[in-house]
Design a protein around this ligand. Structure first.
Ligand SMILES: Nc1ncnc2c1ncn2[C@@H]1O[C@H](COP(=O)(O)OP(=O)(O)O)[C@@H](O)[C@H]1O
Ligand SMILES: [Mg+2]
Length: 506
């Protein structure tokens, strides 16, 4: 399914500046549709056949029902079947009429207004406003909408709309239904919608706005003056006590003169409050990671104290191994607590930021400073969520510790020195992590699947059960005296549909 921009470029041969104009229109046209009480579409002739039009984009109103139950993007129409479109394009002027929609549309007939879409005086497409023929009298509010819609469509045909260089609101762009004030050319209010009255009340303004300028009723109207002077849409956020209202003023330009305008206003206090809450939620998650890390550090100090008192070497060793494993997990929490990057959620972090301190942890535990091992980190792992980085940190620690413990007996000193490389590779879906050393290699006849040491058992369990991945550990292809060992694991970055086994009662 092609996007509006792709269609415009590929089927209608739009240039970059023409595409930019189409994008400006699309960015603001929810407003056009809402005021139109109907659908708005944009069509352009195809380069292959200028008598044929293709629908590039459409938008439905939030204020009325649509006549398009299917997705009209990409629909093609012959010029003779859409005479209003063709005439508006050729003449560069508005065309209006009631058309029969044909057998596929339950609405039967539609009121159509076709406005040429201009760029620097040249017509580049046609903006269509289509709505069902109303069989009842319109409410005052609806009439006001339609009147504004007519004036905006005229501005499209005159090349004044969409505005070039208008600033877009940051918080929830106000829509027509959120609150509407219509202004005359002297900036006096001639119409206020009920929701606008409510928004003003929330700001503490209880006087009626009708036939006053908004600054007369106590609302700074510099944004209106700017909009009128600059002839663009201008947004302003008004904050009073705990209430925030976004106001957006659009000028109406007729025959080259400012002929009034309108203000859309929306109470965004709730949105803002939720945003702040989200911000502080991230901070809370970080704080929790920080505390978990502290607790883990306390646990490992206790174990270390105990290790010192234990008589047997085996007991000491086991306790110290546990200290190391807990340290690896603490590093993951510490990284998450400290990750201050812009896209940080508190629940994921770049794995390099975990791997680096992990390597440092292993280096610190190295017993033989006279024969150092060099640790290298290559490639990028990217961000990993906690449910991935935690098991991976445990696995990596075991593999690195094994290099320290087993790869380099005193006799094994390769020419280039003792090196272990941790490499990250893969794509958006899978991450590949390899740990390779240039040591003596695994024992002859070693079979990873059969390995029963606690370290490799943990590695195996974490890779298959926690990471849903695969692993292989092979003898490298270095010289006989130092062939090296290479461990490669691969697992999906996310594991969305992880199925937990059935719960067993009791
Ligand atoms: N990088 C390596 N180089 C050489 N041998 C290794 C390497 N990694 C693991 N091994 C072999 O695999 C065995 C099992 O490792 P592991 O399960 O971690 O238990 P442990 O480290 O307690 O011996 C080791 O005893 C060793 O013989
Ligand atoms: Mg081990």
């Amino acid at each position: 399914m092609a996007t509006p921009i792709e269609l415009a470029k590929q089927v209608s041969g739009y240039s970059t500046t023409q595409v930019a104009q189409l994008q400006r229109l699309i960015r603001t046209w929810g407003l056009l549709a809402d005021l139109a009480l109907g659908d708005v579409l944009v069509a352009a002739p195809t380069t292959a056949d200028p008598e044929k039009y293709i629908v590039l984009a459409n938008v439905r109103a939030s204020t009325a029902t649509t006549i398009y139950t299917h997705d009209p993007i990409g629909d093609r129409h012959r010029a003779e079947n859409r005479p209003l479109v063709h005439e508006a394009f050729l003449s560069g002027e508005l065309r209006r009429g009631v058309v029969d929609l044909g057998p596929h549309y339950p609405e039967g007939r539609a009121e159509v207004l076709a406005a040429p879409l201009k760029l620097d005086g040249e017509t580049i497409g046609v903006v269509l406003r289509e709505r069902r023929v109303f069989d009842r009298e319109l409410l005052l509010l609806e009439q006001t909408y339609l009147d504004l819609s007519d004036r905006l469509m005229q501005m499209v045909a005159d090349g004044y709309f969409p505005f070039i260089g208008a600033n877009e609101p940051q918080y929830g762009a106000p829509r027509v239904g959120d609150g509407l004030l219509v202004l005359d050319k002297d900036r006096k209010v001639v119409f206020q919608s009920p929701n606008a009255v409510s928004a003003l009340h929330r700001l503490g303004i209880h006087r009626t706005a009708t036939s006053h300028r908004v600054d007369d009723i106590g609302l700074d109207d510099s944004f209106v003056r700017t909009a009128f002077a600059m002839r663009v849409g201008v947004t302003q956020e008004i904050e009073r006590r705990n209430v925030t209202v976004t106001t957006r003023c659009l000028p109406i330009i007729s025959n080259g003169e400012i002929d009034g305008g309108f203000i859309l206003m929306r109470d965004v206090s709730e949105l803002k409050r939720r945003d702040r809450l989200l911000l502080s939620k991230d901070a809370t998650i970080r704080e929790i990671h920080h505390r978990v890390k502290n607790n883990l550090q306390t646990i490992s100090s206790l174990l270390r104290l105990q290790a010192r008192r234990v008589e047997s070497e085996e007991g000491k060793f086991a306790l110290n191994e546990s200290v190391r494993r807990i340290g690896a997990i603490a590093i993951v929490h510490e990284t998450l607590a400290n990750d201050a990057s812009e896209d940080a959620t508190g629940d994921d972090a770049p794995f390099e930021d975990v791997a680096r301190p992990l390597i440092r942890l292993i280096e610190e535990g190295l017993q033989r400073p006279e024969n150092p091992i060099r640790f290298k980190l290559v490639g990028e792992a990217g961000r990993l969520p906690l449910i991935r980085s935690m098991p991976l940190a445990v696995v990596l620690t075991e593999l690195l510790q094994n290099v320290v413990d087993h790869a380099f007996p005193p006799s094994c000193v390769p020419e280039e020195g003792r090196i272990v490389t941790v490499a990250f590779d893969g794509d958006d879906d899978d991450l590949i992590v390899s740990v390779s050393d240039n040591g003596q290699g695994p024992p002859i006849g070693f079979d990873f699947a059969e390995a029963r040491g606690l370290g490799l058992t943990l590695v195996h369990t974490f890779v298959t059960a926690e990471l849903n991945g695969t692993i292989s550990m092979v003898r490298g292809d270095g010289p006989d005296e130092a062939p090296g060992t290479s461990t490669i694991l691969k697992f999906p970055r996310t594991w969305e549909d992880r199925v937990l086994g059935p719960a067993i009662d009791g």
